[in-house]
Design a protein around this ligand. Structure first.
Ligand code: ADP
Ligand code: GN1
Ligand code: MG
Length: 365
């Protein structure tokens, strides 16, 4: 429930975007781990409503540069989708709305930053994949997103430095171990050992991509399933959550999507016996992705696709574990040990993927 003081704050922030009609409802929306997200409906019944977000400033230190990225990328995508005829795409893209004075965000008197997107009409999201068709659609949407940004030559700021950099994440982890309580270290004993055991083999992918001079591309960097909107017929409409659109290896997007899609359990399932790796969804996703990416992907990039889910699942598991040891300062949590449970699921998934690795490589050959 939203209390009246928060409601007034939200309604006030929203009013600075000068949108038609009067506000009918404001509700918390979605289950992102970072920003505070609300759905706003208005008296304009023909419009699908809006997404109002308070941007997480602890995570995004420079909101101005963050929003410059989002404005540039959303403009580029809309233009491309207008210019490219038919069948490649559903034609949808995330649309950022400007304030009355044409700014991409509003800063209120308490220093909170707000932004508004058009609610994508008739869109739905999923926390978990329900079918191979859906996995295929997710792959297609992510491949298309990367493809549409190939000819983006504008500025892209690094909104979170070293976002998927393993050395940086391991340094943060070492730091967290030093300052963590004995109790949390004890509880996380198995997970801490897992990191120590696996970390060296995780370095190989990036080392080879660097050695082979594989170019960085503009990618999404946070391709979990609930950052993809679908229509009610099951077709992927577009990607959302552009906060981390930055330069990176395409493997980050491929691997992160598999981390969620091919796991039959939730990202934070408390019973790790529920975790299993769905090779059919991996296959379907790969097919959808490569249908788009085949036009730009290089042989070296392709060689590492099958490994990328290991890398990304490890990096994100490591971040959950680090946050747990730090006392949960980064990801939103709903219960005690939530971040530890999230880390456990990731590490369990890695062990299950190890068994399927040969089949994963075969799929991509
Ligand atoms: P976070 O960074 O916290 O994950 P997101 O930008 O991903 O925030 O938004 C949270 C949720 O809000 C999404 O998972 C999705 O359900 C919903 N959402 C965000 N933008 C839109 C949009 N333009 N149209 C419809 N739903 C949206
Ligand atoms: C966060 O914002 P959201 O919930 O889409 C996080 C991702 C993690 C993900 C794990 C900016 O994504 O990096 O992979 O949680 N986003 C940021 O679920 O840190
Ligand atoms: Mg999100």
């Amino acid at each position: 429930m939203i209390d009246s003081s928060l409601y007034n704050q939200l309604a006030d922030a929203f009013s600075h975007f000068n949108l038609p009609g009067s506000v009918c409802s404001i509700e918390r929306f979605g289950s992102g781990h970072i920003n505070d997200t609300y759905r706003v409906t208005t008296s304009e019944k023909d419009l699908p409503g809006y997404i109002l977000q308070r941007i997480n400033e602890r995570v995004f230190k420079n909101v101005h540069l963050l929003m410059e990225n989002i404005e540039n990328v959303t403009n580029h995508l809309s233009k491309k989708l207008r210019d490219i005829p038919g069948n490649i795409s559903t034609g949808e893209s995330l649309r950022l709305l400007l304030t009355a004075d044409q700014k991409p965000y509003f800063k209120d008197s308490s220093g909170n930053y707000w932004r508004v997107f058009l609610f994508v009409m008739d869109s739905v999201i999923f926390q978990k994949a329900m079918s191979s068709e859906q996995a295929y659609e997710a792959g297609r949407a992510i491949g298309e997103f990367q493809y549409l940004l190939i000819d983006y030559h504008g500025v892209i700021h690094e909104t979170i430095p070293g976002f998927h950099n393993l050395d940086k994440r391991l340094m943060e982890f070492d730091q967290a171990i030093k300052s963590a309580s004995n109790k949390s270290i004890q509880k996380a004993e198995n997970e801490v050992s897992f990191v120590e055991r696996e970390k060296d083999q995780m370095r190989e992918m990036i080392a080879d991509l660097k050695l082979e001079n594989v170019a960085l591309r503009i990618i999404h960097n946070d391709t979990k399933l609930n950052n993809i909107l679908f229509n009610k017929q099951g077709r992927a409409l577009c990607l959302i959550d552009f906060d981390t659109v930055m330069k990176g290896y395409i493997h980050y997007d491929f691997g992160d999507a598999i981390r969620i899609l091919a796991n039959s359990a939730d990202e934070d399932e408390p019973d790790i016996q529920q975790v299993s790796f769905n090779l059919d969804y991996f296959k379907a996703f790969s097919r959808g992705y490569l249908e788009q990416a085949n036009v730009f992907i290089s042989p070296t990039e392709k060689k590492w696709l099958a490994f990328s889910p290991f890398y990304m699942t490890f990096i994100i598991g490591l971040r959950f574990l680090t946050d747990y040891l730090n006392g949960d300062t980064y990801f939103k949590i709903n219960r005690e040990d939530h971040n530890l449970q999230r880390a456990r699921v990731q590490f369990r998934l890695i062990s299950l993927m190890e068994v399927k690795y040969d089949s994963m490589r075969e799929v991509l050959q």
